[in-house]
Design a protein around this ligand. Structure first.
Ligand code: UD1
Ligand code: MG
Length: 455
C-alpha cells in the first residue's frame, strides 16, 4: 500500500521586515507567489494533502497557495504567533485524519526542490521517526544547530539558546521536518515554551521524540534550497537563484541564450526547442514560444503565444492576448495587444496593433496604428489575408480591411475596405510649379524689412 503524507505549510509569519502592506508569502518570485512555489514543490514530491497555517491575508494566501496544482488545501488560522511548534499544532484536526507522514514546510522558503523534499520523506521509510532537512551554512548565525551523535540527531538548539561549543556547529536546521503521522499530535502537544523567546519551538520535537525512544536523523540538502525570505533584499537574492535555475533548465531543454543573466523568466514560461533569445528580454506570466522562434534583444512579453519560426523585436512589446502565427514578425518599437497576427504576417516597425485580427501574409506598414479605443469602449480591427497597409495609417475601429486590400500610406480609415479594393483616405496632393522659389523671396523680403526697422 502506498504511504500517505500531509504537508503542514507555515504561512502565519511575521512580515514586519518586509515593510509590506501584504503578507510576506504573497510576494512573488518568477511571477508566482512564494507560497505557491512551496505548495507546488509539495505536490511534485508526492504529498497528498496540505494544511495551510495562515494569519494575515488568510483568504488571499489560501488562494495563492492553490495556484498551479490540484492538491486539496485546508486553511487553519493561527491568530497569535506563538512559535513554529504552536503553528503546526493549529493543524491538529487535519493531522488527526491519519497520515503515515507529516512534513512541515515554511511558506517563505520557496526554493525547496521536490527532490530534497522527497529525500526527507523517503528517509522516514528507512526506520527514522523524525527526519530533519539540514544544510551546511556558510554563515550559521540565526539558525538552529543540528546536534548529532553516532549518526543520529539528538537535538536542535536555537541560536539564542545555544552554548559556545554548539554555536561552532555549521550543520543547521533548514526548517523542513518530517515525522510519523501517528505520533504527531502526541509529540507536538509535548512541546513547551520554556526558552529564551517564550515560544513553542517545533525543534524541541527532537528531544521529545528521543525521550520516547524514537529515532531522529538529519538529511543534508543544498543551502540554496533552504533560503528563507525576511526582507526585500532577501527576496531579490531568492529571485536571482530561481532565475538562474529556470534559465539553466530552459537551456538544457534546447533554448539558446546569448547572455542568460539578462533574460528574465516566469514560472510558466514555456519554450519549444531551438528557440533563440537575445540579451535583455523579459518574459512575464503566460508566454509560450514555438520551435525555432527568435526573440531579439530588449523585448518585453506577457500573456503571449508565439508561433514556430516567428521573430520578435528588437524592442518589441507583446501584451496579453498577443498571438503570433507561424513565421509572423513583430519588429522594433511595435506594441501588440489582444491581437492575432496571422501566419507570415509582418508588423515590422513602430506600430500599435490592439484588439485586432490580422490575416496570414498581411503587411502592416511602419507607424500603423489601430485606433481601438474611443475613451469608453474597445473595438475590433480586422485585416484580411495578404492585405497591405501603407505606412502611417490609422485604422479607426471597428473597421474591416478585406483580403488582398491595399490602404494607401497616411490614410485614416474609418469605413470598410472590401477585398482587393484600394483605399486612399487622405487629402489629395496639390503641387504648384515654381512656388517654392516665390515663397523663399517673400520670406527674405519680410526678414529684410524687420532688420531695417531694428525689430
Ligand atoms: C526556524 C527554526 C530554526 C531554523 C530556521 C530556518 C524553530 C524554533 N526554529 O527559526 O531552527 O534554523 O527556522 O530558517 O522552528 N511561523 C508561523 N507561526 C509562528 C511562528 C513562525 O507561521 O508562530 C512561520 C514563519 O512564517 C516562517 C516559519 O514559521 O515561515 C519559521 O519561523 P521563523 O520565525 O522564521 O523561525 P526562525 O527563527 O527563522
Ligand atoms: Mg526564519
Amino acid at each position: 500500500m502506498t504511504r500517505t503524507c500531509l504537508a503542514v505549510v507555515l504561512a502565519a509569519g511575521d512580515a514586519t521586515r518586509m515593510k509590506s502592506s501584504r503578507s510576506k508569502v504573497l510576494h512573488e518570485v518568477g511571477n508566482l507567489p512564494l507560497i505557491a512555489h512551496v505548495t507546488n514543490a509539495a505536490a511534485r514530491a508526492g504529498v497528498n494533502d496540505i494544511a495551510l497555517v495562515v494569519g494575515r491575508d488568510a483568504d488571499a494566501v489560501t488562494r495563492a497557495a492553490q495556484i498551479g496544482h490540484q492538491l486539496p488545501i485546508t486553511p487553519v488560522m493561527q491568530t497569535e504567533r506563538k512559535g513554529t511548534g504552536h503553528a503546526v499544532l493549529m493543524a491538529r484536526d487535519v493531522i488527526s485524519n491519519g497520515y503515515d507522514d507529516v512534513v512541515v514546510l515554511y511558506g517563505d522558503a520557496p526554493l525547496i526542490n521536490p527532490e530534497s523534499l522527497e529525500a526527507a520523506i523517503a528517509s522516514r521509510t528507512s526506520g527514522a521517526d523524525v527526519v530533519v532537512l539540514g544544510f551546511r551554512a556558510a554563515d550559521p548565525s540565526g539558525y538552529g544547530r543540528l546536534i548529532e551523535r553516532d549518526g543520529e540527531l539528538v537535538a536542535i538548539r536555537e541560536h539564542r539558546d545555544a552554548s559556545p561549543e554548539e554555536l561552532e556547529i555549521d550543520f543547521c536546521n533548514g526548517g523542513i521536518i518530517t515525522f510519523s503521522g501517528a505520533r504527531a499530535v502526541d509529540l507536538l502537544e509535548a512541546i513547551g515554551n520554556d526558552n529564551s523567546k517564550g515560544e513553542y519551538y517545533l525543534t524541541d520535537i527532537i528531544e521529545i521524540a528521543r525521550a520516547r525512544g524514537m529515532k531522529c536523523v538529519a538529511v543534508e540538502a543544498p543551502e540554496e534550497d533552504m533560503m528563507g525570505c525576511n526582507t526585500r533584499a532577501e527576496l531579490a537574492e531568492i529571485e536571482a537563484v530561481w532565475q538562474a535555475r529556470a534559465r539553466h533548465q530552459a537551456m538544457l531543454s534546447g533554448v539558446s541564450m546569448i547572455d542568460p543573466s539578462t533574460v528574465y523568466l516566469s514560472h510558466d514560461t514555456d519554450f519549444a526547442g531551438d528557440v533563440t533569445i537575445e540579451p535583455n528580454v523579459w518574459f512575464g506570466p503566460g508566454v509560450t514560444v514555438g520551435a525555432g522562434a527568435v526573440i531579439h534583444a530588449f523585448s518585453h512579453l506577457e500573456g503571449t503565444t508565439i508561433g514556430a519560426g516567428a521573430q520578435v523585436g528588437p524592442f518589441a512589446r507583446l501584451r496579453p492576448g498577443a498571438e503570433l502565427g507561424e513565421k509572423a514578425k513583430v519588429g522594433n518599437f511595435c506594441e501588440v495587444k489582444k491581437a492575432r497576427i496571422g501566419e507570415g504576417a509582418k508588423v515590422n516597425h513602430l506600430s500599435y496593433v490592439g484588439d485586432a485580427i490580422v490575416g496570414a501574409g498581411a503587411n502592416i506598414g511602419a507607424g500603423t496604428i489601430t485606433c481601438n479605443y474611443d475613451g469608453q469602449n474597445k473595438h475590433l480591427t480586422e485585416i484580411g489575408a495578404r492585405a497591405f497597409i501603407g505606412s502611417n495609417s490609422s485604422l479607426v475601429a471597428p473597421v474591416r480591411i478585406g483580403e488582398g486590400a491595399f490602404v494607401a500610406s497616411g490614410s485614416v480609415v474609418t469605413s470598410e475596405v472590401p477585398d482587393d479594393a484600394l483605399a486612399v483616405a487622405r487629402a489629395r496632393q496639390e503641387t504648384k510649379p515654381g512656388y517654392a522659389a516665390r515663397l523663399r523671396e517673400r520670406i527674405s523680403a519680410i526678414k529684410a524689412l524687420k532688420a531695417s526697422s531694428g525689430s
